[in-house]
Design a binder for this molecule. Structure first.
Ligand code: KIV
Length: 268
């Protein structure tokens, strides 16, 4: 692990020298500490916590106030990684003023180093206002889960006559508005390549092929927690099974009265 704290300027430098950027979601202190120790460059307190951690049906019901304690826990754990916090649905779309207020609230109360929210040209005014307020901003294009209802479900983006052109125009608008990076979710690989080549700032892909400047995954998908993971993800571990095995071993030993042993007791 590199003990050096990752700073915002490092990402452009990494793009320029062709070093891939690594990002994982994290929602709590122990998980963030484990990923920080592994040398992950960026931790994302994603609004995917709504469905992945809190059992919501989607990310839509989540609020800024619900996210803040999780984002604060992740920030406390990050010695090395740069922490980005999402703004959830409904906390920035109304106006640039709303976006700045929500971003300031999130930054002050969570300790995150940057804010991410979804959309391209349609939210460029919000992005400009946020970056003018001195807040680092990461964009999110392609499949944007907060707009799942408008997009007609989890659909691959960038297809069709103007698919690539539109994504490039959205990404350029975010860069122009001051974004330091852009996440590309579930976009066809040629579109991700075109956006990556068009931008000076780095792209971070999730289901976008290998031509982006970095990769991000939802940690539960990556670590093998749960029965299902998206086809673009890969299970690098079997953490869910390891937890079940540990709990089953504990249950077995308590029932068999082999735990606690003499070494676990306090004597007078
Ligand atoms: O909320 C999230 O986890 C995200 C990633 C899918 C990029 O935005």
């Amino acid at each position: 692990m590199s003990p050096k704290k990752v700073r915002i300027h490092h990402f452009k430098e990494m793009k320029q020298r062709g070093e891939k950027i690594t990002m994982l979601t994290a929602y709590d202190f122990p998980t963030a500490r484990a990923f920080d120790a592994a040398g992950v460059d960026m931790l994302l307190v994603g609004d995917s916590m709504g469905d992945n951690m809190l059992g919501m049906e989607s990310t839509v019901p989540l609020t800024v106030d619900e996210m803040i304690p999780f984002a604060r826990a992740v920030s406390r754990a990050a010695q090395h990684a740069f922490v980005v916090a999402d703004l959830p649905f409904g906390s920035y779309e109304v106006s640039p003023e709303q976006a700045v207020e929500s971003s300031i609230r999130m930054m002050k109360l969570s300790g995150a180093q940057a804010i991410k929210f979804e959309g391209g040209r349609r939210i460029a005014r919000q992005v400009k206002a946020v970056t003018d307020a001195g807040i680092p901003f990461c964009g999110h294009l392609g499949f944007t889960p907060q707009s799942e209802n408008a997009l007609g479900g989890r659909r691959i983006q960038g297809r069709g006559d103007h698919g690539i052109e539109d994504l490039v125009a959205d990404a350029l608008a975010l860069q122009e508005a001051g974004a330091f990076a852009v996440v590309l979710e579930m976009v066809i690989a040629p579109a991700a390549k075109a956006v990556t080549e068009a931008l000076d700032i780095p792209t971070i892909g999730i289901g976008a092929g290998s031509d982006t400047d970095g990769q991000v995954l939802v940690w539960l998908d990556m670590a093998g927690v749960g029965d299902w993971h998206p086809s673009f993800s890969k299970q690098f571990g079997s953490v869910g099974q390891a937890m079940t095995d540990a709990a089953a071993a504990y249950v077995g030993e308590v029932k068999a009265v082999t735990f606690p042993g003499p070494e676990h007791r306090f004597d007078a």
